[in-house]
Each structure stands twice: as C-alpha cells, then as structure tokens.
Write a new protein. Structure first.
Ligand SMILES: [Fe+2]
Length: 176
C-alpha cells in the first residue's frame, strides 16, 4: 500500500510514536526506490568494482526492506509506503547524471557522489529512527535498525574507497 505524504494524517505525528511510524513508512518507500535506482546505476556505470559494489548495495536495500517489514510487524502495523520527496530528488539527479554525462570514468565519479548522498541520508534516517525506538522502549526494533545502520555506514565507506583509490584520480586525468 502506498500513500502520498499530503494524504498522511498529521494528527498522528503530534506524538513521537506517530512520527516514528511516518518516518518508517518513508523509509519503506525509499528502500524500494533506492534498490531500483541502484540497479539502473549498475547498468550505467563502467568500472568493475563500482558495478559489483552497486549490485551488492541494491541487494542490501532489499534486505533492509525485509527488516522494515519485521519492524512494522513488531509494532503491530501493516507495511505501508509514503513517497519521500528528498529521495525522489536524488533519483532525479541520478537520471540526469546518466543522461548528461557520457558513460565512463567521470560518470562513475558522479554516480559514486550521488549514491553517497543517498547513503548519508539513509544513515541520518536510520540513526534518528534508532534513537526514537530507544526512547519508545522498542528494544527489538532498536536491534534491527542498528543492523541496517551499520550496513549503510559500510556501504558509504566502500564507495569512498573506490572513489579515492582510483576513480577520482582517473576522472581528473581524463582528457576530453
Ligand atoms: Fe538501505
């Protein structure tokens, strides 16, 4: 089930639990959209290590979705997605990157930067959700959110490693 943020009942967000549930729904929509975006970016990238990292991260997004379903069940609500506009903007930027920059190392550098923006957004979201769950005394949920938070941080580091070990240097040295 998918609903738009405009149709969300904001009365519920007057309490921390309601705010937690709303942001959980945004994450549910985001992980679905991010998995799709990462698959497309895999096809649009060139470097072998970048391709395999993006492929791995797309798979991880699906496992993050499974964890979110477990969280919905743990708090007794149906898994529902709310369109999250911040992620929609990044998806648009990803499409523009692939449309305007020719396939090759510079596009790869652009893709890494873009995916890292998404990762940082996810790190912020999962970190906040973990803190909310802790305050709401949802210990099992805290554990699930922590697992995803660790993976999001590792994904970000893996991309920094690829960028700094060769892609950015090759992109800087590339002649038109
Ligand atoms: Fe994720």
């Amino acid at each position: 089930m998918l609903q738009n943020i405009a149709k969300y009942n904001h009365e519920e967000t007057q309490e921390l639990r309601g705010l937690f549930e709303k942001q959980l729904m945004e994450l549910y929509w985001s992980e679905t959209a991010i998995a799709k975006m990462l698959k497309e970016l895999t096809l649009n990238s060139t470097s072998k290590d970048l391709k395999s990292t993006l492929k791995k991260q797309a798979k991880e997004s699906l496992s993050h979705l499974v964890r979110l379903v477990k969280i919905f069940r743990a708090i007794g609500i149906d898994p529902t997605g709310i369109v999250y506009e911040a992620i929609e903007c990044f998806i648009k930027e990803a499409q523009e990157t692939c449309t305007h920059i020719k396939k090759g190392v510079v596009r790869d550098a652009g893709i890494i930067g873009l995916v890292q923006k998404v990762n940082h957004q996810e790190i912020a979201s999962y970190g906040t959700m973990r803190a909310y769950a802790l305050a709401l005394r949802e210990e099992d949920v805290v554990t699930l959110l922590e697992k995803t938070l660790i993976e999001e941080k590792q994904a970000d580091l893996a991309l920094s490693d690829i960028a700094e070990s060769h892609i950015n240097i090759e992109a800087a040295d590339k002649e038109i």
